[in-house]
Design a protein around this ligand. Structure first.
Ligand SMILES: [Zn+2]
Length: 257
């Protein structure tokens, strides 16, 4: 069964000029699609270029909360332009809220989060949520947005608790797990994964970060999503094939790929 890596930062300098071999390894590992996610204007432009060059890749464009403070006038307009005009752009983000790094004033993060959600709604493309130590704030913002209609989004690299996961599921969101769920000490996170229904579960690498256990400490890449999928299959008590079938179907439904 094929897999979809729903969150990768292929523009990262750590991939250098190795992208062709990185993507070959992904295909060989059974990855049929990689969603490359921008974090600011420059990387969103790069993400679109990568998606145009490699058929395996599609793009999401946005300004990640930690990069909101450094965004210059016109950067947001460029994100909007890419989202409106580039057919390879399938989603908006990543966006969200982050109290851990504290790199952007929180009210500015909230402003950008709302803009991304409104753009998502206007263009009928899903949005990708980054949430770090800001679960209550994210849920509150989502509840506000939900008043406009059904949300179409994913909580990426989920690290919240069961209560947060339940609130997100109740709002119709998908929940995606990255390599962290494979770490020996991440028993709490595996308990969260256990309650996420198979029809709401996604897998991702968040590469080049968060390499799963067997390749931990190395530069992560889309091919390694297989390790996270195998761990989730174990947690959910299903075969790897079944896990892949569900997560791939979910990714296709959410991103329309
Ligand atoms: Zn990311």
């Amino acid at each position: 069964m094929p897999l979809i890596d729903t969150h990768a930062h292929l523009f990262d300098e750590r991939f250098g000029n190795e992208l062709p071999t990185v993507l070959e390894r992904a295909s060989a590992a059974g990855v049929e699609r990689v969603i490359c996610i921008g974090i600011d204007r420059e990387s969103s432009l790069q993400t679109v270029e990568i998606a145009k060059k490699y058929p395996l890749v599609v793009a999401a464009v946005g300004i990640q909360p930690n990069h909101a403070a450094e965004a210059k006038p016109g950067d947001w307009d460029e994100i909007v332009r890419l989202a409106e005009s580039e057919p390879r752009v399938v989603a908006i983000g990543e966006t969200g809220l982050d109290r851990y790094w504290d790199r952007s004033p929180f009210d500015l993060q909230e402003d950008y989060f709302a803009r991304h959600m409104e753009l998502s709604r206007r263009l009928n493309k899903p949005f990708v949520i980054h949430c770090r130590e800001a679960e209550a704030d994210v849920v509150k913002a989502l509840r506000m947005q939900q008043k406009q209609g059904q949300l179409r989004a994913v909580m990426h690299s989920f690290t919240g608790d069961i209560a947060t996961a339940q609130e997100c599921l109740e709002m119709g969101l998908y929940i995606s797990f990255a390599g962290m769920v494979t770490y020996p000490k991440a028993q709490d996170l595996r308990e969260v994964a256990k309650i996420v229904p198979l029809d709401r579960l996604l897998v991702e690498t968040d590469c080049p970060y968060l390499a799963p256990q067997p390749v931990r400490g190395k530069r992560n890449e889309p091919a390694s999503v297989v390790h996270t999928a195998a761990q989730l299959a174990e947690v959910k008590g299903v075969s790897i094939a079944e896990l892949e079938e569900h997560t791939t179907r979910n990714a296709k439904a959410l991103f329309g790929v």
